[in-house]
Every structure is written in C-alpha cells, then in structure tokens.
Write a protein that binds this ligand. Structure first.
Ligand code: HEM
Length: 138
C-alpha cells in the first residue's frame, strides 16, 4: 500500500467509526447472504463477535504503516481461524461483504480511490492470513 492509500483507509475508517455497529451488522448480513455456507461457523449470538471485529479492525488500521505489528496480529488471528474452520476460499466473500458494508454506511460515500485502498488493505491482511492456513484439500 502507498502512504496515500494508508491515509485514505485511516481517514475513512475514522468517518465510519461512529456507525460501526451498523457497519458490522451489514457486513455479517451481506456475508451470510453471499456465502450462506459459512453461517454455521459463527455463533448464533453475534454481539461479542461484532465487538471483537471492530476492535481488531481499529488496531490493524491504526498500524497499517507498521508491517511488524500487522504481521504479529494477523498471524495470531490466522491461527485462531484454523480452529474456526475458515478456508482460503472464504476470503473473497469476506472482502466483498466488507466493501459492501463500507459503501452502505460511509458518511459522504466511499469514493473510488478509497474503495481501492480498502481492497488493497484487505488483500494485504487476507494474503497474510491465507499463508498461515493449512492448504485446502482438492
Ligand atoms: C482478513 C480477514 C479476516 C479478519 C480480519 C477476521 C477477523 C476476525 C476477528 C477479529 C474475530 C474475533 C475473534 C478472534 O480475534 O479470534 C473473528 C472471528 C471469526 N472469524 Fe474471522 N476474520 C477474517 C476472515 C474470516 C474468514 C474468511 C472466515 C471464514 C468463514 C472467518 C470466520 C470467523 C469465525 C467463524 C469467527 C468466530 C469464531 C467464534 O465463534 O468465536 N473469518 N474474525
């Protein structure tokens, strides 16, 4: 990511942060709509899940310019995701649901440059996570 893209993600995250509950509700609704097969991997009650997700997103976004901090956080996340049953194939749906939720709730809208910057940030994190997962059986 370029320094400009990191700034775009950080600034737009600050803008959407006041409506983070709506953001995460839309994110999970969209994820379960496009990838219903992953619904059973998550708990029935998503309250704690939403809180943990926005805490981790905040931490990662604040540290996008510090690869060593991202690396440590993401490796831990990936190891827990092996137990949750996450597979490499699931990541595309998660990324699409995230951008959809951002486009829905970003005050003032999400412009094209910011959407690209978010997709880059998501690729960075998801590539790191996928690299830590066991390879998928054919
Ligand atoms: C870059 C992508 C992703 C990020 C940043 C992310 C982040 C998180 C975070 C922060 C949590 C809270 C629990 C913890 O910290 O361990 C969590 C839980 C979870 N994630 Fe992800 N996740 C990602 C991708 C995925 C994918 C692709 C799946 C596959 C379906 C998935 C499935 C789950 C499940 C099932 C849980 C909840 C487990 C429970 O019931 O406690 N995640 N994720």
């Amino acid at each position: 990511m370029t320094p400009e893209q990191i700034k775009l993600v950080q600034e737009s995250f600050d803008r959407v942060f006041p409506v983070k509950d709506d953001l995460s509700a839309t994110f999970y609704a969209e994820l379960f709509r496009v990838a219903p097969a992953v619904r059973p991997l998550f708990a029935e009650d998503m309250t704690m899940q939403r809180l943990k997700l926005s805490d981790t997103l905040s931490y990662v976004i604040r540290n996008l310019d510090r690869p060593e901090v991202i690396e440590e956080t993401v490796v831990g996340l990936a190891r827990r995701h092996v137990k949750y049953g996450a597979k490499p194939d699931h990541f595309a749906a998660v990324g699409m649901a995230l951008v959809h939720a951002l486009q829905t709730h970003m005050p003032g809208g999400l412009d094209e440059h910011s959407a690209d910057a978010w997709l880059n940030a998501y690729s960075l994190v998801s590539d790191m996570m996928i690299a830590e997962l066991p390879t998928q059986a054919a």
